[in-house]
Design a binder for this molecule. Structure first.
Ligand SMILES: [Zn+2]
Length: 113
């Protein structure tokens, strides 16, 4: 198990963005600003991901989804139960991993007791 904080999510942004848009790098219809994923990726790669502010990433991609610490159990839809997350625990087994927030772990603990 390891802890994932916002800096960890930001460190992953170049690889995750490249993976997500690999088949659509030159498509101008994906983002409202008509910038291609390739151009955005170039701007993301120019950032120092160890020190840049989340807002710098958000400004390039146009939203906060690439810098948000997310729990795989409580999705954005039912996030109202939980405050904005600072940290989640990541459990990994081989290629698979799951990220869970403290709130969901507390609920699970209560349920299995
Ligand atoms: Zn959760």
């Amino acid at each position: 198990m390891k802890l994932i904080r916002q800096r960890d999510v930001i460190r992953e942004v170049v690889d995750a963005f490249a993976r997500s848009f690999a088949q659509h790098m030159d498509n101008v219809d994906i983002f409202p600003d008509k910038e291609t994923p390739r151009a955005k990726l170039g701007r993301l790669m120019a950032l120092d991901l160890e020190t840049c502010k989340a807002a710098a990433v958000d400004a390039i991609v146009g939203n906060q989804s690439w810098t948000t610490v997310e729990c795989d159990e409580c999705t954005m839809e039912n996030r109202s139960m939980h405050p904005r997350l600072d940290v989640v625990a990541e459990f990994q087994r081989g290629e698979k991993s799951v990220r869970v927030c403290g709130g969901c772990m507390a609920s699970a603990l209560k349920a299995v007791r």
